[in-house]
Structure formats: structure tokens, C-alpha cells
Design a protein around this ligand. Sequence first.
Ligand SMILES: [Zn+2]
Length: 347
Amino acid sequence: MLTNPFYAGIYRYNYRDESGKSHVVKAAKEWVMVEDHHPAIVTRERQNRIATLLQSRQRGLYSNGLTYQRKNTHIFAGLLRCGCCGSSMASTIDRERSDGWRPSIYMCTRRRRFNDCQNKYVSDITLGPFILNFIANMIRVSNSFGKSTSIETLEKKLLRGDVFSNVDHIERPGLEELYAHLRSGFDEMSFESTGVQAAESASQIQERDLLLAEKRKLERALNRLRSLYLYSEDEMPEKDYIVERKQLTDRLGEVDARLEEVEKLAVDSLTLSDEEFMAKASYFILTQQLQDKRYVNYERFIRKIDPQIVKDFLNSIVTNFCIKDGLTTSILFKNGLEIQFSYKSTE
Ligand SMILES: [Zn+2]
């Protein structure tokens, strides 16, 4: 699911019918697929080129010996929901560790204000490794998924690593949903790039739709005129036919020319700005690094990559994480998939 089609470097738009209230998926033939829209996950050559770019940018920004951690980015801020009362969780910075790292801690806002919720706080130290390793496992499993992969194997691969040793199982509904989507070739599961979606402005879509409707109307009129001239009992003078036809074809020519302009405009607006490109490139590096390692060392990972990038990445795929007594009880993804964890009892 994380691989297709977004991570294959293809951006798909005109995918959902947003004219009405419900978000209906359009017929496949109407989708517009932009290949090489952003860096594909697969090519090493490209990866190296982007890595060099990112490094040179970092050198420029952090030449004063500053490290990322000094910025105190709360990676999970805004993404955590209290598993006891449903409130959001507020972030603060924890004390400095001997190696200089200052992790974030997150606490139920209701508990903080009214002290009537019993949920414990959660720290980056436990949350980070759990989340990043789970997402890394998801990327790996979706890449290695085959038609013969069983749901039990899927679950085992998702929970691979010591960080999941206290997880008993993943609840069936979410696991089955993920399994079904992986089996169907993850077509419906792609995470959409919100930044790029906005690039296709509503007015362009509207004008394009209007032009297409007029084009179809003109084509139908031309066909009708032709049948009328050729087959009608009341004979149509040839001169009238030619005049009528010219009017219609002239207008059709204008519509076609404008359509071409509008479509070119839509493509141009899809060209990523430097900033967007760097963000996409960073996600690409990030996912590459996540899947390359058997175990993701969270602390080392966020020191190596800008924490803001990790934060943006999480925000682009996850709606929220539900936290109860220091444990991640569920992950709600942007596409509606909810993975719920059941823990071993600690008695
Ligand atoms: Zn609470």
C-alpha cells in the first residue's frame, strides 16, 4: 500500500469524483496518471543524487554546528489522541539526556487541565521506535507481499522486532482490511499527496469540464447536421449546410485550442516547486532508510534526518495514534485503515 502508485513515482489525479458530496472513485479510464511526478522509490541512482542534494542543503543550513535536535520538533504533536477520554495530547520537552538528546513527552490535555483523566504520559523514547518500526514493517511487507502470503504471515511480519514483543496480536478488522487491499494490488490504498492535490485549481477543473461538455455538444451537432443534409426528406441546400458546418467547426476549433491551453496549464501547475520537491525527495529518502534497516533506531534516525520531515511524513499518512498508558493502541491512517494493537496482559 505504501508502494503504489504514489511511491512508484506516479501521481494520480482526477481519481475521485468530488463534484457531489460523497467521494466517489471515478472510472479508471478517467484517471490521469502523471509518471515520474516525484522520485520513485526504486532507483538507486536517483536516490544518490537526491541524497547529495539534501546533504548540500543541510550543510548550508547547519554550518554553525547546530544539530536537528536543538530545534525541539515535537514529532507527534497534533497526532496523538488520549485512549482514555479521547482528548488530544499536548507536547512538552523532556529533560536533557546525557548525550544531549531532549525527547518530547505527550500528555492528555484533559488530564492537564482538569486532572480527571488517568492516562499516563507517553515519551518519544517509547513511541518513536514503535511507530517508525511499524511503518517500516508495513513498507517492507507491502513490497514483499505475494498472492500466497497468508494473513498470519502478514501479521507476523508487521510485528517483527523486539519493540513489538509485548503486542499479542493485531485486531482482525483492520488486519483483514489491510490484507484484502494488499491482495487486490493496493489499488484503493494509495496515500494521496495533499500538497500536490491543491495544485490543480478548482477553476481549471471547472473550465476544462465546461469545455469538454461544449466539445461533445458541438460534435453531436455536427453529426446531426450531416445526417440531416444527407438523409432528410426535406432537402437541405448545400450552401446552407456548408455555412452551418463552418460555424460549428470553427467553434469546435476554438474549443479545442482553449482545451489544449487549459490542459497545459494544469500540467504546468503540477510541476513541483523546489520546496515541494525537497519534501518529496526527503520522504523518498526517509522511506528508503526505513525499509533498508532491519531495525530502525529512532534516536539515531531523527538525528540524521530533519525531524520536521519525519513529522510531515507522518502527517501525510496518519490521522492519529491512540495512546493508552504509554502504549499505542491504534493507528488511524489517512485512507481510513485503522490498525488496533492488543497487548499481552502484564499480570
Ligand atoms: Zn485523557
